[in-house]
Design a protein around this ligand. Structure first.
Ligand code: HEC
Length: 134
């Protein structure tokens, strides 16, 4: 019973905030970020200009071997984006490859494993990489 009350109270507050703005699109972004799990929310809030995938990549070691536009030790992320068509299966395959490491698609140099990455974070990175396609 108490819970219902809190939820009801909250929705009143939300409704009150929305007042004056006729559509609900203005409130959409705050609701969306509130729904995100806490691990990615602060980063997303801190840098509104960067996609969550870009933030994860910046925090990881990817930059040692990858650049967005140029080949380094690994392929340029734009080239990866060109090679694949984004689909759930492709995203899973590439996310798995980032976690497990491997070679053979771009040459003989292997990418080391990133065993501590979660599948979700790896997918978010891949989604960002594939979004670089022009
Ligand atoms: C030690 C260097 C190194 C690091 C660090 C590294 N990569 Fe790679 N990456 C490579 C190499 C080399 C390849 C090419 C592998 C191949 O030929 O299949 C590659 C390939 C890839 C591919 C394409 C895979 C495919 O099968 O086409 C993606 C996507 C990728 N890396 C993402 C990442 C991300 C995201 C990170 C950070 C979490 C990362 N890489 C860190 C070296 C690295």
């Amino acid at each position: 019973m108490k819970k219902t009350f809190i939820i009801f109270g909250l929705s009143l507050v939300i409704a009150a905030c929305g007042n004056g703005k006729s559509d609900n699109s203005s409130g959409a972004d705050s609701t969306a970020s509130a729904k995100k799990d806490s691990s990615s929310a602060p980063a997303a809030a801190a840098g509104m200009s960067s996609a969550p995938g870009a933030q994860l990549i910046a925090k990881a070691d990817c930059g040692t071997c990858h650049k967005e536009q140029e080949k380094l030790i690994g392929p340029a992320f734009v080239d990866v984006a060109k090679k694949y068509t984004s689909s759930p299966a492709v995203i899973d395959t590439l996310a798995n490859k980032i976690i497990k490491g491997g070679s053979g698609n771009w040459g003989t140099i292997p990418m080391g494993p990133h065993a501590s990455l979660s599948m979700d974070d790896a997918r978010t990175m891949v989604q960002y990489i594939l979004s670089l396609k022009k």
